[in-house]
Design a protein. Structure first.
Length: 621
């Protein structure tokens, strides 16, 4: 006999009552979605499905199928948040049989057990069980994901689980299908979130969109903390230890194992012909003059690990012959980035030697672009060698050894080749130990990817292409500018004076230039640096750099900074791309679930203004 667990909330409405509420809401608010609910399944069809699958359907599932036998496939179909539409009898049979066939190729150590008292963890310790039925069709309307109901004997009978073919199954908060459908009805009537989505009625159809996010208004600033923190001073040289004389006549012989050979220092280097070191620092992003001073390589690494650096890269610069050079001593890699190489090579030739794991590269840029389409570039890739196989066949990793000795050798060889290839005579060891002018970099903005410069026709189930086709360009630009201002207000981006000034200029129809190292550019870079620093601080200890300090940053702080950085990127796109292309990013990043109605309002009320240059010349972006 199958035992049915007691519902933890017996006051829940019946399955029939919840479906009646769902029907009523759809009929009133989503008339395109409501007719797509199928008629009830017949008792004979349900009985045939039970026989075909060899299980007894829980009473809640039978009651639900007797209300609606799933939904018709259509873009306007009523779905249950990210769980997809409820399946009918045929869908349940087809998808369950498919998942059983897939599970047949997966080992299940518990497949032969028949324990009515098995716990939750035991039942879930399987890819798929024959007693599970997939009852929703997931985001892709197929058997790759969705909700399942368990028909397995025991205390879990009738519970609702979450299945995804790339993750382990789990039970949801709903202890029954009755609770699931009650949640569906409550969400529709009271606009409650399910997961991270809220239901909306748009153009006569039910859709689910991201719930309105709340943002910490004043997130903790690691860069402000760093500005008030002193740079760590060098440790004094340790006094030599005087050995104590033996206190007895007893002696022992102590054996030891030689320490592993340390990984050699091989920082990223860029040489620029005829460019002064101080100029190279600025081109590399060192705009905080108060951080500029002479440091050795070791001193720079120590400073970069401190609160004072706030996870920003520390760059050193020097001269060798007629070449200036920059060396990154610590922090997130900058000198491998094309945006930085473009700046370093402005008006001259730049040669970069960079190493990242198994890859060592020589990259040549000429006046802001790759030289001769990379004709002089070199790439050496080596195999990883820090894993060894023990006599018993076990593979283990060696600690404290060079993982890519081939890359280490290639770096040394390519560095020596710079003399013959480019006339760069460089004393590497002297450069490491010599105090060089150095400072913290504010990383330059990444290029907007080419794929992200194309027009996107649909955003969050909104037909942007249709809107663009029917709306005059000037009105479109004004409405998207209003959406940008709303986004800036939601995220707190508009609290920065440079941003507020730019938004005001856009409203007046002025062309706003985003100049490299200008005030707006620096502000956007600073916000991105705040988001990056907060993310690094929240990393697990094992993933952080040795000696990294503990800082009072929360996940809410990081979220707030990241949302501001995303909004700043949307502003940048509005300034640098056609407004119709930038619109997709703006709308995608809006935090309010009501952005559609706000966009409709902006289209009606925004005053179209043709953008002008400072001299009054009309322009279009």
């Amino acid at each position: 006999m199958i035992s049915t667990p007691a519902d933890p909330n017996p006051s829940l409405p019946t399955v029939e009552a919840s479906w009646a509420r769902i029907d009523a809401w759809l009929a009133e608010h989503a008339p395109r979605s409501h007719p797509l609910l199928r008629p009830p399944a017949s008792p004979s069809a349900i009985a045939a499905a039970e026989q075909r699958l060899g299980v007894s359907f829980p009473p809640d599932l039978v009651a639900s199928l007797r209300c609606h036998d799933g939904v018709e496939e259509d873009d306007a179909a009523p779905v249950f948040a990210l769980n997809g539409p409820f399946g009918g009898v045929a869908d349940i049979v087809d998808h369950t049989l498919f998942l059983r066939s897939v599970a047949g190729d997966v080992d299940d150590p518990y497949s032969d057990e028949d324990d009515e008292d098995e716990d939750e963890a035991t039942e879930l310790d399987a890819y798929w069980r024959d007693e599970w039925l997939l009852i929703t069709r997931g985001i892709g309307w197929d058997a790759q994901d969705g909700l399942f109901i368990t028909c397995r004997k025991g205390s879990n009978y009738g519970r609702i689980g979450d299945y995804f073919n790339e993750d382990a199954p789990s039970f949801t908060e709903w202890h029954s299908l009755r609770a699931t459908l009650s949640c569906f009805a409550d969400a529709l009537e009271r606009r409650l979130p399910v997961g991270s989505r809220v239901p909306l009625a748009v153009d006569g159809a039910l859709i689910w969109d991201d719930d309105t996010k709340t943002v910490t208004p004043q997130p903790y600033s690691l860069l402000a903390l760093a500005a008030g923190a002193p740079e760590p001073r060098p440790d004094p040289e340790p006094m030599p230890r005087v050995p104590e004389p033996p206190r007895s006549g007893a002696y022992v012989t102590v054996g030891f194992r030689p320490a592993a050979t340390p990984v050699p220092e091989q920082p990223d280097l860029v040489f620029a012909a005829g460019v002064d070191p101080d100029e190279l620092l600025v081109r590399a992003g060192v705009v905080l003059q108060e951080t500029v001073r002479e440091r050795t390589h070791e001193r720079a690494k120590e400073s970069a690990r401190s609160i004072w650096a706030a996870c920003r890269p520390l760059i050193r610069a020097g001269r060798t012959g007629s070449w200036g050079y920059v060396m990154q001593s610590a922090g997130p890699q900058q000198l491998t980035r094309p945006e930085v190489l473009r700046r370093l090579s402005g008006g001259t030739r730049a040669v970069a030697l960079t190493k990242q794991g198994p890859e060592v590269r020589v990259t040549v840029y000429e006046d802001g672009a790759p030289h001769a389409e990379g004709a002089l570039d070199r790439l050496v890739t080596s195999a990883r060698e820090d894993y060894i196989r023990l006599p018993d066949g076990t593979e283990v990793q060696q600690l404290g050894v060079d993982a890519w000795p081939g890359s280490t050798a290639a770096y040394t060889e390519l560095l020596a080749d710079l003399r013959a290839g480019f006339g760069i005579a460089f004393d590497f060891e002297a450069a490491l130990g010599e105090p060089l002018s150095s400072g913290l970099a504010l990383p330059v903005m990444a290029d907007i990817p080419e794929w992200s410069r194309r027009f996107i026709s649909h955003v969050r189930e909104f037909d942007l292409a249709a809107l663009v086709e029917r709306t005059p360009p000037a009105r479109l630009r004004a409405a998207f500018a209003a959406q940008l201002r709303r986004l800036a207000g939601e995220t707190g981006l508009d609290t920065f004076p440079e941003v507020s000034h730019a938004l005001g200029a856009i409203d007046r129809g002025e062309i706003v230039s985003l100049t490299e190292d200008g005030l707006l550019d620096l502000r956007i870079r600073e916000i991105a640096a705040e988001a990056f620093a907060a993310r690094q601080v929240l990393e697990p200890q094992w993933r952080r750099a040795p000696g990294a300090p503990e800082l009072p940053t929360t996940q809410d702080d990081h979220t707030a900074w990241q949302l501001r950085a995303d909004a700043a990127d949307a502003l940048r796109r509005f300034l640098q791309l056609p407004a119709t292309v930038a619109a997709a990013t703006i709308l995608h990043r809006r935090l309010s679930a009501d952005w559609r109605s706000e966009l409709a309002h902006d289209l009606e009320t925004a005053e179209p203004v043709e953008p002008t240059d400072a001299d009054g010349t009309r322009q279009w972006s």
